[in-house]
Design a protein around this ligand. Sequence first.
Ligand code: MSP
Length: 637
Amino acid sequence: MKEKYYITTPIYYPSGALHIGHCYCTVAADSIARYKRLKGYDVKFLTGTDEHGQKIEEKAKAAGVTPQKYVDDIVVGIKQLWKDLDITNDDFIRTTEERHTKIVQKIFKKLYDQGDIYKGEYEGKYCTPCESFWTETQLVDGKCPDCGREVKVVKEESYFFKLSKYQDRLLKYIEEHPDFIQPESRKNEMINNFIKPGLEDLCVSRTSFSWGIPVDFDPKHVVYVWLDALTNYITALGYMSEDDSEFKKFWPADLHLVGKEIVRFHTIIWPIMLMALNLPIPKQVFGHGWLVINGGQKIGKSFGNYVPPQEYIEKYSLDAVRYFLLREVPFGSDGNFTEDSLIHRTNSDLANDLGNLVSRTVAMIEKYFGGIVPEGKAENAYSASLKEVIQKSVSEVESYMDKLEIGKALESIWNIISRANKYIDETMPWALAKDESKKDELATVMYELAETLRIISILLRPYLSKTPEKIWAQLGVSENLEWEDAKTFGLLKPGTKVQKGANLFPRIEKKAEEKPAVKEEKKAVEEEKKDYISIEDFEKVSLKVAKVLEAEKVEGSNKLLKLKVSLGSEERQIVAGIQKYYEPEDLIGRKLVIVANLKPVKLKGIESQGMVIAAGDGEVVKALFVDDAVEEGQDVH
Ligand code: MSP
């Protein structure tokens, strides 16, 4: 029987159209799902939408439609986006579907009956006219961010889930299962920043809005956010329903792939819920990094940088977009997304390296052998090294994929592509073709190149969705090639008829430089605007609250201090010119304001990943400290 593999993406909020950052996670999950299928696993790949909550309720109200109608429309677009990206999900769960809502109610009741959920009081700042609770950080000048009116402290009856009861069990579980939270750095963050300081019970119901799943035994409450959202991973499998065969088969999940900011919910709340339900814990939660713009800016409509992902697909092709997302950023880290880097990757890796290899090989087989792949009887001086690179790369791809190092797997495939391009330069088929007595040697070169392409086309299958078949069409391969077929060199049948096709990846020419006249005109307009910045300009600067963890003098400098600061979900190293004004130990534990999206620079050879904000005239310079009540990582706005 096939081994099972259950992989999930987060369920996305349909509060607006999704952007390229959302595609990043789904494409990555898709490549893993495709890879596992090729490896022979019985794969279940789930994605979906997280449709409840106050924000959606408000957006729907503003749009003058019911929340259901609002999400229905957006979900059509999300499903279309996944189709356009050739995502191979096996199911799509919506939290408004009955298969989900009914079971969430059952789970809530079960946890209540067994005493893990209890009724208590939630205290928060409430704006009566807006009927909204706000957190301290959401308030603007202490007032309601929506209407600007006074807010008051109000207590709301709520149900709470006893996270605290399971804290020790969770810690033990994480420590005994080193692969559960990956990458490693995220695990340490969870343990040290969240679990060890102590878990507070979680508010799991609200009465101040109604767009949610009603608590069936107390219907003025709706189930609040994470208890509703996280359970999608089991409701989609039919947990607690009449037919729970899929649940029995696929649970526990093998991999929850999530963005770094929601690792916390998946590795604390979710396992504790499962413990309370007496269910097995997922094997792994992997927290990937974020795609950002201009070295740190978030992507989205509210940041004025939203581009529908389909535009990139139309402009550069689906496989160029998929390749870029999977290759450019080491999986787990944050990375920059720019159209320039997408163009660069496409031109260098796809057009130059891969596209040229395919077109040169097919053209030469047509020219020298009438389009028929010849038999390669005699190995040449380079055959062994070509085969060695192929063999090494196939096993590297497998081991990288086991560690979810998707970019490295692709890098390894590109080693074969470079080796094959070099092989053409070394064997010089155009010279062999001039000498009739070298016909056999030429035949071997052609065969080995075609065979290498066959293997490359298989290895590309998890990542690129259109290209492998396009290569098969050009190579004259008519059957589906499976993963194991990449492990033997020599399976391509001589006699196969190649068929030259369109260029796989035409080079992308960047838009011509703007005409000087246009440039001048723009410059004049810029000049005029010079003294003012717009609110959008200001929003480009990401100011954040950073807590100083460590501070020391930079050796050989009487100006610089090296700081290690925490932004809550990440740590940064910052070099600041404030040595004259502070003893290092005076800063430790204090909360500063930093510019978080400044391009990193090296000062005295030490990388500085941000800038401390300070005021003063050189004689007296003081850093801007923030009230301790504000959490590290919060935006300063
Ligand atoms: N609904 C919750 C998840 C519930 S899972 C039980 C949610 N939704 S979200 O739409 O805000 O985000 C979904 C995923 O998209 C998150 O994993 C988030 O990290 C990811 N991304 C959103 N913007 C992103 C980038 N710019 N880059 C990479 N991933 C990003 O959170």
